[in-house]
Design a protein around this ligand. Structure first.
Ligand code: NAG
Ligand code: NAG
Ligand code: NAG
Ligand code: NAG
Ligand code: NAG
Ligand code: NAG
Ligand code: NAG
Ligand code: NAG
Length: 850
């Protein structure tokens, strides 16, 4: 009986009565979790406004991924927009601006039914990740102009500190990049429910403007470019790429925010931030200078997406460069003067440098000088100071136009026939008189129709001499949404829009729309920005170490050593006091292992959770930086995973990806197992994470794997088992993680060799390890190498659980694949080369098919 009842509700939900075009009857939609009644407009369009696509992200849900909306069986009104999300420096206003803002809006032809399966245009608004700037656009005109051929969807997502607070504390007890997760939730919502409205869940085109277009770039590159079949085309309108930083680099924001909201002394500052009422919280939802920058001018953009190792595995420039993105047809372009709305009103080249440093604080003096040379004093612009044109052109290229070109050229490498680029050059006299040329996103009314993007002023040129560009622009966009090609249904008089080729684009200009070749000079400038991208998007790199930081980095291992030594002394003293007077002499290794275990637990938990460490470790951004190497590398983990030496499982939050099937943590130190297990439970991985009580030497590991039934062999001799795998070419693991472990295995070459054998063909070895100093490559390295040797003499490996400072792990890794003629791909990068703890980090892929 109950079963039948459930079934009938289900049927009603899925095959809910199709809404007929009937002007006297408002349309109703049933979404299983809620029923909504929308508006039926005179023009043959239904609108469903202000539907919840996620629960209200308040209270404990602050700084967390969006959750499913609650179920409500009452018919709800969807005839008015929900409030937009509260942004940087804003106040709540009833019904208009709120923290409770995760609403979505659908426009559909009134005639569309669940059988219609029309293409879906999903629009992601912009606002610099600081506000919801393009909310509540009206889809009526594009639907009408498409011949009732599509559905149009808009939504709000969290921005500012509520959307993009980054800290290890958030990673541990919340979610990074919540604003981007909101967007994914909305995209998934559309995928799940749009059929009810008459849309085709397999024909969704995402279109972002500005930060929304930056977001589209993030969704193309999400999870390393993993295709989850969420969309089949992308429109990238004036893609905004501000500085992208690591979590460590953003901790300063967390500190300022907690201070300004009265949470810095709370026992758990993140809980405190969740408890604050919104008015108090907003006191800290403001901008401050980046470390290394000044407050004049303040950075244009402050709360931003960060490298989180999963959704955002690394820098956008690198992702597109390396082809780590989803290959779908792309429409991408920019305005002639992208920077004019944001650039500093500079009076000198020094002003330009200060503006750039404040927005991209890792740029060095030399790099700033290069920028000045590339963008010299130009023609003065009306109502602006002498160097405004230089600062505007440089900022426009750096932050919008060159990223857009990169998306186009990268996508064209894979699908040359499915990439179209444009430059908007719609001339408006009042913009020209104001000195801002053709500014950022000026074309929005031309895409959606006059009046659809907010009320136009009566003097707007779109109502007079620029009216002619509207149908031209709108129909290219409609055509792309319908056919994934802007030409198929283009406007009668509009020219053919050729693909990117070697750098060709369509100029969208009233009465003068035509193809044009991108000038050589512009392409050269983009090469410059590509070169600078590492400093602009990336973590601090070694050349940024000041002498002071470098010296302190040399002494840092000494401090760690001292800490471990103290733990050793303590353990010895305690043992003697317990009456085991001779233990230090009779069982030195046992005591040393115990001391190291204790040291490591405090050391690693302090590192990862930022609790005040007993002996303070100096935070020279650099060495701290080594933990920043881990998330982007671990994001590549998938399938059956071997986690070598997980310790207490501090890396586990990075292993939540659904692409991971099972994880085996090989941890020889039994004392850590309880904590490791507890961590697996708290991370929700208890049914995925298995602890193997063993090391990774073959003699230890192989029997443990046999016990788990992971090896199907007729022998128990580890060497024979490996030989067998070698001969058959089989393997056990899809991914093996080596994070700070290879320094301490007894026979590294042997161990790496057997790990290599255990990898399946096509499997990945993910490596983050510190290595011997490569003294030949960088200035100061001879000294750093001498320091390594010195710490060795002081007994580093004795106190540090057999860890060795001077291993050439990279070479050992390379050699391991020699019998197969090398790795399929061997991407190791070196970091912190001038310090006494240089690192290698990267992904090695074994040859053969998966
Ligand atoms: C529209 O709805 C009204 C009220 O339910 C009904 O009486 C009428 O017949 C409908 N008209 C059409 C054209 O379906
Ligand atoms: C369900 O929706 C109705 C109508 O909008 C509203 O009054 C009610 O509070 C909602 N119930 C819940 C539990 O949210
Ligand atoms: C959208 O535009 C149509 C046509 O101009 C209008 O009737 C409708 O009220 C608009 N919707 C909203 C929510 O403003
Ligand atoms: C915290 O705020 C107080 C008063 O606003 C200020 O004086 C102090 O410098 C701030 N501390 C930090 C670490 O920002
Ligand atoms: C820029 O600076 C110049 C000269 O200092 C000034 O005349 C002009 O009004 C400023 N323009 C803007 C938009 O601030
Ligand atoms: C474009 O052409 C139309 C019709 O000839 C004219 O009215 C309009 O002013 C022109 N606009 C521009 C910007 O040239
Ligand atoms: C075990 O199996 C391998 C290959 O399947 C075979 O070559 C070997 O002779 C077998 N050994 C024993 C002891 O049966
Ligand atoms: C260090 O190596 C020795 C000898 O190989 C071994 O007995 C000891 O358990 C190792 N210690 C650690 C912490 O791995």
């Amino acid at each position: 009986m109950r079963y039948l009842l459930c079934l009938s509700i289900f049927c009603h939900a899925v095959f809910g009565l199709p809404s007929q075009a009937n002007h006297t009857q408002p349309p109703v939609i049933d979404l299983n979790y809620a029923r909504y009644q929308g508006n039926r407009l005179a023009g043959g369009v239904d609108e469903f406004l202000g539907m919840r696509y996620a629960s209200s992200p308040v209270g404990d849900l602050r700084f967390r991924a969006p959750q499913d909306p609650p179920t409500n069986n009452t018919l709800q009104s969807a005839t008015e927009y929900g409030p937009i999300c509260i942004g940087v420096g804003e106040e709540e206003t009833t019904g208009e601006v709120s923290e409770d803002c995760l609403f979505i809006n659908v426009f559909k032809p009134s005639t569309a039914t669940p059988q219609s399966k029309l293409p879906v245009w999903l629009f992601i608004q912009g606002g610099g990740y600081a506000e919801n700037s393009n909310a509540n656009y009206n889809g009526t005109q594009v639907i009408q102009n498409s011949g009732d051929g599509l559905l149009f969807v808009t939504f709000n997502y969290r921005i500012g500190a509520l959307g993009f607070l980054a800290s290890e504390k958030v990673r541990q007890n919340g979610d990074l990049n919540a604003g981007l997760l909101d967007q994914r939730k909305a995209i998934n919502w559309v995928k799940q429910y749009i059929e009810q409205f008459g849309g085709d869940p397999n024909h969704i085109v995402i279109h972002g403007v500005s930060a929304g277009a930056g977001s589209v770039a993030y969704h193309l590159a999400a999870y390393g470019g993993r295709d989850e079949d969420l969309f089949i085309g992308a429109i990238v309108e004036s893609s905004f790429w501000p500085t992208q930083r690591t979590v460590t680099e953003m901790e300063f924001q967390f500190e300022i925010l907690t201070n300004e909201t009265g949470c810095s002394d709370a026992s758990d500052p993140l809980d405190c931030l969740r408890d604050q009422d919104i008015a108090t919280f907003q006191k800290g939802n403001t901008a401050s200078p980046f470390p290394g920058g000044s407050s004049s001018p303040l950075p244009d953009w402050y709360w931003l997406p960060v490298t989180d190792g999963t959704l955002v595995p690394g820098e956008l420039y690198r992702a597109f460069d390396k082809g780590n993105f989803i290959k779908v047809p792309v429409l991408v372009g920019d305005d002639t003067n992208e920077g004019s709305g944001f650039a500093y009103n500079a009076t000198s080249s020094a002003d330009v440098s200060r503006f750039f440093r404040n927005n991209y604080p890792h740029l060095s003096d030399q790099q700033l000088e290069k920028i000045n040379q590339a963008y010299p004093l130009g023609e003065p612009l009306p109502r602006h100071a002498a160097y405004f044109s230089a600062s505007s052109a440089a900022y426009g290229d750096a932050t919008f136009t060159c990223p857009g070109n990169l998306v186009a050229s990268s996508a064209a490498k894979y699908s040359p026939d499915a990439v179209w680029n444009y430059r908007v050059n719609i001339i408006d006299e009042s913009n020209i008189a104001g000195g801002i040329g053709v500014p950022h996103t000026f074309e929005l009314p031309a895409i959606f129709g006059a009046g659809s993007t907010g009320t136009l002023s009566s003097g707007s040129s779109y109502l007079t001499y620029n009216a002619g560009i509207i149908p031209v622009t709108m129909h290219y966009f409609i055509s792309f949404v319908l056919a994934l090609n802007p030409n198929t249904y283009r406007y009668l008089s509009a020219p053919e829009w050729k693909t990117w080729g070697n750098g060709e684009r369509l100029r969208l200009q009233t009465n003068d729309t035509a193809m044009e070749v991108i000038p050589e000079k512009s392409l050269e400038l983009c090469v410059l920005w590509q070169e600078l991208s590492e400093a602009m998007e990336d973590r601090m790199s070694v050349r940024d170490l000041t002498t002071k930081q470098w010296i302190s980095s040399l002494f840092e291992p000494g401090q760690i050593l001292l800490w471990a030594f103290k733990s050793y002394v303590k353990v010895n003293v305690e043992t003697v006091l317990r009456g085991q007077i001779l233990a230090p002499l009779l069982h030195p290794s046992r005591l040393r292992d115990e001391a190291f275990g204790r040291f490591w637990v405090t050391f690693s938990t302090n590192r990862e959770s930022d609790a005040p460490p007993p002996p303070p470790i100096p935070t020279s951004g650099e060495i701290q930086g080594s933990s920043d190497l881990i998330p982007p590398i671990l994001s590549h983990a998938s399938g059956i995973v071997l986690d070598v030496g997980p310790g207490t499982g501090t890396q586990m939050p990075l292993l939540r990806s659904p692409a991971i099937q099972t994880i085996y943590g090989a941890e020889p130190c039994h004392g850590l197992h309880a904590e490791l297990r507890a961590r697996a439970i708290s991370e929700g991985l208890s049914d995925k994470y298995y602890i193997l009580p063993c090391g990774v030497e073959a003699s230890d590991l192989i029997p443990a794997l046999q016990k788990q039934d992971l090896l199907n062999t007729n022998t128990t001799n580890p060497t024979a088992v490996l030989k067998n795998l070698e001969n058959t070419g089989d393997g056990v693991f899809d991914t093996i993680l080596c994070v700070r472990v290879l320094c301490s295995v007894p026979d590294m070459q042997q161990t790496i060799q057997s790990l290599y054998t255990l990898l399946r063909p096509g499997g990945k070895l993910l490596v983050v390890e510190h290595v011997v100093n490569p003294w030949r490559t960088r200035k100061g390295s001879i000294i750093a190498r001498a320091f390594q040797a010195f710490y060795g003499l002081l007994g580093w490996s004795w106190y540090m659980g057999n860890c060795s400072l001077n291993r050439d792990t990279a070479t050992a890794l390379r050699i391991a694949a020699e019998r197969d003629g090398g790795w399929e791909s061997f991407e190791l990068e070196r970091w912190f080369q001038s310090t006494a703890m240089p690192y290698i980090a990267g992904v090695l892929v074994k040859k053969g098919n998966k």
